[in-house]
Each structure stands twice: as structure tokens, then as C-alpha cells.
Design a protein around this ligand. Structure first.
Ligand code: NAD
Ligand code: UDP
Length: 310
């Protein structure tokens, strides 16, 4: 198949491009390189089945493809809050442009949605039928509401125009090719530990997240995309739940770092807990994560060591 991956030069998108090529597809990667990097896809430039298009998803584009994965959107809070209006435009106009394309060429289209649609959740763990607890006017709203609106657009194109949609709700995912300075907790803590710098703990560190290794996530993407039974939304994430303190301790243990933890204010609207209920993915996709946090962190730490030249 010929497959379009928007956001294909980013952390997850570049791994998805690799996997799609390995499976024998032709891949077109469309990215404006806001948070993505050519280094993530440089190893593909000599592959005749790979093309890179530098383009912004908020502007329409025409291309003939069989499948579309829409991943274009900054994912780290400091990056999506850098230009919040642009973030909303990316999610909303990006979805409209991709859906319009899917409708014209009759391609199946996949949306990378997020656990952020649940906001600061009052139900725990989060099931797909939980409608969420999002502050529509807060600092995270550009991302959360943008992704919620993209889901709305996907379902309206599906109901109104018969577009063949798939939606995944991704929970915090980590691994090689994250940017050392993207501001997300896994990259921050690892880079700080490796450099012997202070570990920046926001709030009391009791807030929880569930961390999925990228290989497990990409497997979930392909299983959802290449089955005919369900559209989603489907949660894809690792149900192992860790406090930020536990995460810091684990990273300090693996790296053997002497960094000390310093406490900083908790950003506004920072969700207190997050853990996916993955019963739907298990039942319909036969999917569950395989990589435990410690193992995935070891590989990610190895990657950052070489990135930092250590
Ligand atoms: P990332 O920032 O590494 O990748 C996003 C990519 O989109 C980058 O290559 C960036 O340059 C590109 N992009 C941003 N705005 C664009 C625009 N207007 N036009 C074209 N390209 C644009 O982030 P990631 O972690 O790889 O996330 C990929 C997708 O998965 C995002 O949609 C994100 O919201 C979603 N997601 C990720 C996580 C996670 O934990 N990694 C969790 C939930 C959802
Ligand atoms: N966090 C932290 N120190 C950091 C970066 C993040 O304590 O240097 C916390 C952050 O406040 C949040 C959690 O780690 O509670 C996960 O943050 P991240 O930005 O990775 O993802 P998200 O909040 O979008 O889940």
C-alpha cells in the first residue's frame, strides 16, 4: 500500500515510517519539522519506497494514497504551549485536510488522539466511554480540545461521508528519538540524571502516569489500522501506573546517577492520575504491551547516552 504519515519525522511518526516500510509499504512522510527532525528519518532517504514532503498540515495537500496516519501535532506540553493557537489549528485544520483527502481518495484514515481527551480524569482507570474532565480555557486546552475536536471531525466525516476511520487514544509513550530537550518527563529525568543535574520534580511527585514503550504502541497502531471490526477510539497504553517519584527513583537506579531531586511548582491543570483500561484493545485487537518500564527505560537511556556523547 501507499501510506501517508503526517508528523512522520517526529518521535512516533519516524518509528511508524520504519515499521510500515519493513512491512513492504511505500511511505510518504509529511512534516513541517516543528518538533520533528530530519535525523529521525535520514536513514530512509536512500530508500526508493520512502518520500519526505516538507509541508504544514494546516494547508491543504493533494496526494494519492491508500492509508493515512495523522500524527502531526506537537505532543510535549512546553512545545504545544509555545504557540497554542497554532496547536489548535494543527489538530483541527490538520484533521479537516487529512479527512478531506481521505474522502477524495477513499483512503482509510487513522487519528493519533490522546489520553489528554480525558483531562484530569475523575474516573480511574480511564475507559473509552469516559467523557473526560477537561478545562476548555486552560493552558493545556489547545492540545486537549484540539484533539477532542479532531475526534469529532473524524466521526462526522465517518457518519456524513462514509470515511473509513480509526482512532487511537495514546497514553504517555517513550523511547529512542525523543528529543533531549522536549520537556517531557522521561526525557527530562534521563538527561538530567545522565548529566548529574538536578531532577526537576513538578509538584509533590505523587501524580501518576502510565508509560508505554514505542514498540508496543506501534504494534497497537498497526493492529487497529489493519482490522475491519472497530473504528475506535481505542486506548493504547501500558496500564503499569507510576508516580513521578517512582519514575525518578527508577531512572536514578538504572543510571547510577547522584543527581538530587528538586521540587518545582506543578504546572496548571497537570492531571493527577492517568492509567488506561485496555480491555477493548485486548478483546478486539488481541493487543497488550510487552515491554516493562525498566527494560524500555534501559534502552532509552542507552539512546540518550549516545545522543549526549557520553
Ligand atoms: P513529536 O512532537 O515528536 O511529533 C510530532 C510531529 O508532528 C513532529 O515531527 C512535528 O514536526 C510534526 N508537526 C507538528 N505540527 C505540524 C504541522 N502543523 N504540520 C506538519 N507537521 C507538524 O510527538 P510524538 O510523541 O511523536 O507524537 C506524535 C503524535 O502522537 C502526536 O499527534 C501526539 O499528539 C500523539 N500522542 C503522543 C503521545 C506520546 O506520549 N508520545 C501521547 C499521546 C498522543
Ligand atoms: N514532570 C516533572 N518534571 C519534569 C517534566 C514533567 O515532574 O521535568 C511531570 C509533569 O508535571 C507531569 C508528568 O511529569 O505530571 C508527565 O509530564 P509530561 O510532560 O511528560 O506528560 P503529560 O503531563 O502530558 O502527561
Amino acid at each position: 500500500m501507499r501510506v501517508l504519515v503526517t508528523g512522520g519525522a517526529g518521535f512516533l511518526g519516524s518509528h511508524l515510517c520504519d515499521r510500515l516500510l519493513e512491512e513492504g509499504n511505500e511511505v510518504i512522510c509529511l512534516d513541517n519539522l516543528f518538533t520533528g527532525r530530519k535525523q529521525n528519518i535520514a536513514h530512509l532517504f536512500n530508500n526508493p519506497f520512502f518520500e519526505f514532503v516538507r509541508h504544514d498540515v494546516i494547508d491543504p495537500f493533494k496526494i494519492e494514497v491508500d492509508q493515512i496516519y495523522n500524527l502531526a501535532c506537537p505532543a510535549s506540553p512546553p512545545q504545544y504551549q509555545f504557540n497554542p493557537i497554532k496547536t489548535t489549528k494543527t489538530s483541527v485544520m490538520g484533521a479537516i485536510n487529512c479527512l478531506g483527502l481521505a474522502k477524495r481518495v477513499k483512503a482509510r484514515i487513522f487519528q493519533a488522539s490522546t489520553s489528554e481527551v480525558y483531562g484530569d480524569p475523575l474516573e480511574h482507570p480511564q475507559r473509552e466511554d469516559y467523557r473526560g474532565h477537561v478545562n476548555p480555557i486552560g493552558f493545556r486546552a489547545c492540545y486537549d480540545e484540539g484533539k477532542r475536536c479532531a475526534e469529532t471531525l473524524f466521526f462526522d466525516y465517518h457518519r456524513q461521508n462514509g470515511v473509513d476511520i480509526r482512532i487511537v487514544r495514546i497514553f504517555n509513550t517513550y523511547g529512542p528519538r525523543m528529543l533531549a530537550d522536549d520537556g517531557r518527563v522521561v526525557s527530562n529525568f534521563i538527561v538530567q540524571a545522565l548529566k548529574g543535574a538536578d531532577i526537576t520534580m513538578y509538584g509533590d511527585g505523587e501524580q501518576t502516569r502510565s508509560f508505554c514503550f514505542y514498540t508496543d504502541l506501534i504494534e497497537g497502531f498497526l493492529r487497529l489500522m489493519n482490522q475491519d471490526e472497530i473504528t475506535g477510539p481505542v486506548n493504547i497504553g501500558n496500564p503499569g501506573e507510576f508516580s513521578m517519584k517512582e519514575l525518578a527513583d527508577l531512572i536514578l537506579k538504572i543510571t547510577g546517577s547522584k543527581s538530587k531531586i528538586v521540587y518545582q511548582p506543578l504546572p496548571a491543570d497537570d492531571p493527577t492520575q492517568r492509567k488506561p483500561d485496555i480491555s477493548l484493545a485486548k478483546e478486539k485487537l488481541g493487543w497488550e504491551p510487552k515491554v516493562p518500564l525498566e527494560e524500555g527505560l534501559k534502552e532509552t537511556i542507552g539512546y540518550f547516552k549516545s545522543e549526549l556523547g557520553l
